[in-house]
Ligand binder design. Structure first.
Ligand SMILES: [Zn+2]
Length: 125
């Protein structure tokens, strides 16, 4: 699907949704480094509107790609298992107590904000 070009005002509006942090991981985000992420990807029929867009760092934007919000959450939730499966150093580190795993369900930064409903809907397609 074709995406329209956002105006500068719209880009600032998106940036301000999370007060200068990535909507997903919560890392500080400079305006110039912001990537605009379609929460429901255009690819999956998401709207090309501000209420479907959040500010994201390059890494989160890259990893979320065409995943839905819950798909992205599942991917992040699986990181400890993926590392355990694929990385011997990780398993050694774990055995020696050098790594503290947590298996809590991932909460995205924007979901912790008062205005966490800064997107219209997170309904799964
Ligand atoms: Zn991020």
């Amino acid at each position: 699907m074709k995406r329209r070009k956002l105006t500068k005002i719209e880009r600032w509006e998106i940036y301000d949704k999370c007060h200068g942090y990535c909507a997903y991981c919560g890392s500080p985000l400079e305006y110039k480094d912001m990537q605009v992420d379609h929460v429901i990807p255009l690819y999956n029929g998401g709207k090309d509107e501000i209420d479907n867009i959040l500010p994201a760092c390059r890494s989160c934007n890259h990893y979320k790609s065409t995943l839905s919000l819950d798909g992205f959450r599942r991917m992040i939730d699986k990181i400890p298992s993926t590392l355990y499966r694929d990385n011997a150093t990780y398993r050694v580190g774990l055995r020696f107590g050098k790594i503290m795993e947590n298996r809590w369900k991932t909460v995205f930064y924007f979901e912790t904000l008062e205005e966490g409903q800064c997107i219209e809907s997170t309904t799964e397609k």
